[in-house]
Design a protein around this ligand. Structure first.
Ligand SMILES: [Fe+2]
Ligand SMILES: [Fe+2]
Length: 338
């Protein structure tokens, strides 16, 4: 039985190697230069609709209807810059983790591929930093995101780095980029995201292709560490996305827009108590259900040992990989899907 499994994994390794090589060839072919590919002379309206409605859902609060136009315009620009700043910091994290992975992954093809990803991430850092300065300024990294990035950087296991970066944070980023691109009124951002999404789709595909075998081949004790890491990183990422932790640093946006953060919080609690809901937008990509959790399940990280911990954290381990498969097949997702 052990021999049969060995043969199976050897066979699978060959397949994965050629697919990794294809991914590397594709990465070389699809390199782009932001100076040439994007028309930076285009007018950007910082107060215009930059982000997707889901991210802006709280603007439907009565509180915002009471603000002046100049307050709202200032707030829109700053809030968009603040959200995009977090994506920028995530891109810098991806750049550094890709650099680490060049030396940490065991296979030649994987090293070549991940070196191409490091260049992709350098370009994303460049593009987001340039774009955000057209809106407002670059805001500091949220503590919870910094914590997740530090954990990924400091894990001794390349498998944990990959699950943290290629599956969780890049799954999250890819979903955000797809949703923002579908909704933004800014031509420059839409064009930039089209290029970035193609790159990110390759990064997520690399995680899918390479991680499963790496995890299957780990010593069970080490694999348990990576399983726990995945659960922990998912929990933190959900908190960042949905909890109040995700609003740390937001007070600067309010204050600089002439809004007292205490007034905002009071209004938020009152309106939520009165039935206000931050419902998700129909047609937007469900990032956790469609990208992050299926990636974790497919990598083999939701074992019987950790499954109860997912359940008690109320994280449903969705395993439908249709969206991931489509992204890997097409290299991007041109339309938002439910
Ligand atoms: Fe990126
Ligand atoms: Fe990436």
């Amino acid at each position: 039985m052990g021999d049969a499994l060995e043969v199976l994994w050897d066979w699978s390794y060959e397949i994965e190697q050629s697919r990794l090589e294809e991914l590397y060839v594709k990465a070389k072919r699809e390199q782009w230069n932001a100076d040439v590919a994007l028309d930076w002379s285009r007018v950007v309206d910082p107060a215009g609709r930059i982000l997707d409605p889901e991210r802006m859902a709280f603007l439907r609060m009565d509180f915002f209807k009471g603000l002046s136009k100049s307050q709202m315009d200032g707030f829109n620009a700053r809030y968009s810059a603040w959200v995009l700043s977090q994506l920028l910091h995530g891109e810098q994290g991806a750049l550094m983790v890709a650099g680490q992975l060049v030396s940490a992954v065991p296979d030649y093809e994987a090293k070549l591929y991940v070196a191409s990803q490091a260049m992709d991430e350098a370009r994303h850092v460049e593009v987001f930093a340039r774009y955000i300065r057209r809106l407002d300024r670059i805001y500091p990294v949220q503590p919870i995101l910094r914590g997740i990035l530090d954990r990924i950087m400091s894990s001794p296991f390349w498998q944990a780095k990959m699950v943290g970066m290629q599956v969780i944070l890049e799954g999250l980023a890819l979903g955000s980029f797809i949703n923002v691109r579908a909704a933004t009124a800014c031509d420059l951002l839409r064009d930039a995201l089209a290029y970035v999404i193609k790159d990110e789709a390759r990064h997520v595909a690399f995680g899918s292709l390479y991680l499963g075998r790496g995890i299957a081949e780990m010593h069970p004790d080490d694999r348990a560490v990576v399983e726990d890491f995945a659960l922990d990183a998912t929990r933190l990422t959900l908190l960042m996305r949905r909890g109040m932790e995700g609003f740390e640093g937001f007070d600067a946006v309010l204050r600089e827009s002439g809004i007292d953060p205490a007034d905002f919080l009071k209004a938020l609690y009152a309106e939520v108590a009165g039935g206000f809901q931050l419902a998700s937008t129909p047609g937007s990509v469900h990032t956790f259900r469609g990208l992050v959790l299926p990636g974790i399940v497919r990598a083999g990280l939701v074992s019987d040992r950790v499954r109860p911990a997912y359940e008690s954290a109320r994280i449903e381990p969705f395993s439908d990989t249709a969206l991931l498969d489509e992204i890997e097949r097409t290299g991007a997702l041109e339309r938002p899907s439910a």
